[in-house]
Design a protein around this ligand. Sequence first.
Ligand SMILES: [Zn+2]
Length: 69
Amino acid sequence: MAWIALECLSCGHRASLAEDDLPAYGLEPGASLVTLTKRTVCRRCGSRAVVAYRYAEDDLGPTLVPRKP
Ligand SMILES: [Zn+2]
């Protein structure tokens, strides 16, 4: 499973979403991270200065978000 991490450069807020969830945001699976970050606004501070990167679940230590059942 591929995941995408999002991090706000303004307040440090982090989030992650599954690659498979991209269609829920109107994006194709495998969409570029540039496209994704252009659409992303920090839920906490409203900043658009958000960076995104992909990672594999195996790379992860503690999960950032609860897994779906
Ligand atoms: Zn923020």
